[in-house]
Design a protein around this ligand. Sequence first.
Ligand SMILES: NC(=O)c1ccc[n+]([C@@H]2O[C@H](COP(=O)([O-])OP(=O)(O)OC[C@H]3O[C@@H](n4cnc5c(N)ncnc54)[C@H](OP(=O)(O)O)[C@@H]3O)[C@@H](O)[C@H]2O)c1
Length: 255
Amino acid sequence: MQIWITGAGSGIGKALALRYATGGHTVIISGRTRDKLDAVRDEADALAGRIIPLVYDVTDDDTTKTSSELLADLTPHLDLVIMNAGTCEYINGQTLDPAMFRRVMDTNFFGMINTTNVALPLLRKATSRPLLAGVCSLAGFIGFPRAEAYAASKAASRYLMHSLRIDFSDFVDVCAVNPGFVETPLTENNDFPMPFLMTADEAADRIQAGLRKRPRELNFPRRLTLALRLAQLSGGLWYTLMSRQRQKQLRKESA
Ligand SMILES: NC(=O)c1ccc[n+]([C@@H]2O[C@H](COP(=O)([O-])OP(=O)(O)OC[C@H]3O[C@@H](n4cnc5c(N)ncnc54)[C@H](OP(=O)(O)O)[C@@H]3O)[C@@H](O)[C@H]2O)c1
């Protein structure tokens, strides 16, 4: 297969790229940092895998056209695209900073729109039915403290995947991938408990295996997914418990 993975210089994207490359596929990897991409390519080289780095900032609307051309120079078609580039910022205190919201939405939501636009012409050229996957998050399922920007961006990108699955169903399958907590640079500064935390390698295994079935949604780990589904069904209980916990924390911080 010819595969493109965004945000593959670290974390889940890197683990996925190395898995697919060592499985005999050609993987184009993107991110903003050339050195990180080259290091992943070198790691794959040592394992006899084929990885091609392409510097591409998913937030840059202007480079969408040139990126399409650069990508087309690297591959005649794409069979699988994993839109994985992402960022996470939490609100601080009780104010909402619009610039922070824009940064998060720009990468996690509008980045997927740019990436989809770059990928579609090459997905259309696939010889068998291709797959477009967007890495969203279980955080998009329900309200979490301080996650106003991150969780909203992930809920939006999840919805985007669902609509794309309908509108482009003539030639491509579309999947929303919703991981729970994964140990990566994105979560290394989290100062709250992360239940069922898994490694990036474990997450990549789940994604690679799950995408073979081309589901509308790929949610994992199962126990966290189930807990959040129950929280959704609990009506106000989740929000009562979360609010109590958050207010207690705020009182502690201001004491
Ligand atoms: N870790 C978790 O617990 C978790 C849970 C659910 C979902 N996710 C999602 O999984 C995806 C991968 O995250 P991760 O945990 O593996 O974190 P990560 O290691 O920080 O990976 C994110 C990657 O995205 C790239 N990136 C950021 N902004 C970009 C931009 N504007 N254009 C292109 N690339 C950009 C970064 O590289 P550069 O900085 O070099 O561009 C980085 O390599 C994200 O979408 C994240 O929201 C993570």
